[in-house]
Design a protein around this ligand. Structure first.
Ligand code: MG
Length: 617
């Protein structure tokens, strides 16, 4: 199996050209595409760029783009050949031998493939005189040449050894064109391969391409199928990412560069040209760990007690308490100089680790490492379980817990457990865990969960908050036992925006507990002092009309401030708590076959939450 060279276009990243090159080198790319605009705005010569790249160990694999060249009437034809000579000068100074010519978009260009071939042959002849090569790429919005097949036809007609074909997954797949024939292009005529994914959007293809491309694995195009066809041709050149994306242009370059490498590693596995360690099997959430200090622990513990949690144990060697409600475990960590204490310094009281039950920890960690997620492990005292994990893109730890062969739980191993109280609580587990993300970071999180753990993205929901829009997309483990809605908002005033500011970053904003019988569960929480979010009367009038519920059911929902939804698979009944310090809140839910998250009710919940923040009038 050939491992292709990895390459990325400088246009994918934010920053100045040297910053981009440093970020690209920092994650181990082999080469770069120098995007002409990045060179034009660089305060230095092409020779300086060549030196910086060489010092970083990066090859410059291609210079791009050269636009609107072929099939022009005179005198533009002659001028374009002169223009090409000047680009050749730049290429020689950069130390790259390949230029990307993309198909002409001008209204004045001629619909004449023979002429296009003749022009490209002449350009290739001049390039060859300098030891350079020309690659021709069809733009999806080209005036006359739009498909790779048309571009290949022109390259074949030109029949010049210094002229070859460049294919780009976006230009092919955005048109619904079939890439399978690329397998039949002779490998020596396939000069370069560019890759991009994108969400399926209905808009003009130029705007779609310039603003909404993303890395393979983040969108909905069949990029693995495209790569499969490319590799079947015998192609041995680089696989190069070329992404135009407004969010990427604003995100920290090193984060984007890491996502890029992760994307290529996943793609190579999906296209069958490399093999990643297989995915782990999941079995729900084992525990959540909260970063606290002593006062915050007392405060949070008091809040948890209103939710029916009890103190269940004390860590044998660390300043850590275990709280339990039914089968839900929370760990409150105030140990100095731990990962939790760093998290607390940065973010205040918040979830610093999510522990997932997996079948095989070592396999999961191997896969994560192969996807550019370094393994993480905190020192454990002798006789205690050490729990390894990886960090999500926001720094939250995902810990991995496999069943111990001895059958002994990690709580038995690490904690002095206290006797069970009379009412141990009725939560059966964590139904879902919602995270608030900073603006522009959704694609990075989707790729992390999809690549490292194989979670599948659900469709995007748009949820109206009184102060802006929240976009929500759930990532769900293949077995359905772990559900993580990811929320993002452009507005700082929405609940998601306020959380991201208050918390100084991304993190767990909302924890939903599962239970079997919701009414007795809610009644018992109310008895222990939980304050549930009051739901407006109008909601129930509308609910009765939408679902045709009988009076008795409706009255029971109203009495406990319960929200309700149903889909083709079943019903969902849920209630929310007040928000803890504008940081996080809890949901209690009973799911009977239902697949969603009650998104239809989120607007009501958000409106009540924001009203509760206002002073009474
Ligand atoms: Mg391209």
């Amino acid at each position: 199996m050939i491992t292709p060279r990895t390459c990325i276009a400088t246009v994918c990243l934010s920053g100045t050209l040297p910053e981009k090159l440093e970020a690209i080198a920092s994650v181990g790319f082999d080469g770069v595409e120098i995007f002409e605009n990045d060179l034009l705005t660089f305060d230095g010569s092409p020779a300086d760029v060549r030196r910086i790249a060489a010092d970083l160990g990066l090859s410059i694999d291609i210079f791009q783009p050269f636009r609107d060249f072929e099939a022009m009437p005179e005198p533009q034809r002659r001028r374009n050949l002169d223009r090409a000579e000047r680009k050749f000068d730049v290429m020689q100074a950069l130390g790259t031998d390949l230029v990307l010519v993309c198909s002409n978009t001008l209204l004045t260009s001629l619909d004449d493939p023979a002429r296009a071939a003749a022009d490209l042959a002449e350009m290739a002849e001049r390039a060859a005189a300098r030891g350079l090569r020309v690659g021709f790429e069809a733009l999806a919005w080209g005036r006359h040449t739009r498909s790779w097949g048309q571009a290949w036809d022109i390259v074949r007609r030109a029949d010049h050894p210094a002229l070859g074909l460049i294919v780009d997954s976006f230009h092919t797949l955005s048109l619904g064109d079939d890439p399978s024939g690329i397998a039949n292009v002779p490998a020596e005529k396939l000069f370069f391969v560019q890759l991009a994914d994108a969400p399926k959007l209905s808009m003009d293809v130029l705007s779609w391409s310039r603003h909404h491309r993303n890395f393979p694995g983040q969108g909905q195009l069949d990029v693995p199928g495209f790569v499969h066809a490319v590799m079947a041709s015998g192609y041995t050149g680089p696989l190069s990412l070329e992404i135009f994306n407004d969010d990427f242009r604003a995100a920290p370059a090193r984060l984007t560069a890491r996502d890029a490498r992760r994307s290529l590693a996943l793609l190579a596995d999906e296209a069958g040209i490399a093999v990643l360690p297989p995915l782990p099997e999941f079995d729900g959430i084992e525990f959540l760990e909260f970063a606290v200090d002593e006062p915050a622990r007392a405060d949070l513990a008091a809040y948890l007690e209103t939710m029916g949690f009890h103190r269940a144990g004390r860590h044998k060697s660390k300043d850590v308490d275990l709280y339990r409600q039914g089968r839900v475990n929370f760990v409150l960590n105030a140990e100095p100089d731990s990962a939790a204490s760093w998290h607390f310094q940065l973010h205040g009281p918040s979830v610093c680790a999510i522990a997932l039950r997996v079948d095989d920890t070592a396999r999961a960690l191997d896969r994560a490492a192969a996807l550019f997620c370094p393994n993480w492990e905190e020192p454990a005292a002798a006789g205690e379980r050490s729990i390894p994990g990886v960090r999500t893109p926001d720094g939250t730890l995902v810990l991995l817990v496999a069943p111990d062969p001895s059958g002994r739980s990690l709580y038995d191993a690490d904690f002095d457990l206290l006797p069970l109280p009379a009412d141990p609580g009725s939560f059966t587990g964590i139904d879902h865990l919602a995270q608030a993300l900073p603006t522009g970071r959704m694609d990075g999180f989707v790729l992390f969960w999809r690549a490292v753990f194989g979670f599948q993205p659900e469709p995007v929901f748009e949820i109206p908050d009184p102060y802006g829009l929240i976009r929500s997309r759930a990532m769900i483990s293949r077995d359905g036992t772990v559900r993580l809605p990811l929320n993002i908002s452009e507005s700082r005033e929405t609940a998601t925006g306020r959380f991201v500011s208050a918390y100084a970053g991304a993190g767990v904003q909302h924890i939903a507990f599962a239970c079997d019988a919701i009414q007795p569960t809610i009644a018992s929480l109310e008895a222990s002092g939980a304050t549930l979010l009051p739901i407006p009367e109008n909601y129930y009038d509308d609910l009765a009309a939408r679902h045709g519920l009988d009076d008795e059911t409706l009255e029971a929902l109203r009495e406990h401030n319960l929200l309700y939804d149903a889909d083709a698979n079943g019903t969902f009944t849920h209630a929310f708590t007040e928000t803890y310090e504008d940081r996080f809140f809890f949901e209690i839910c009973a799911r009977q076959g239902y697949r969603g998250f009650g998104a239809v009710n989120a607007a009501v919940r958000l409106a009540v939450q924001s009203q509760r923040r206002m002073p009474a009038y």
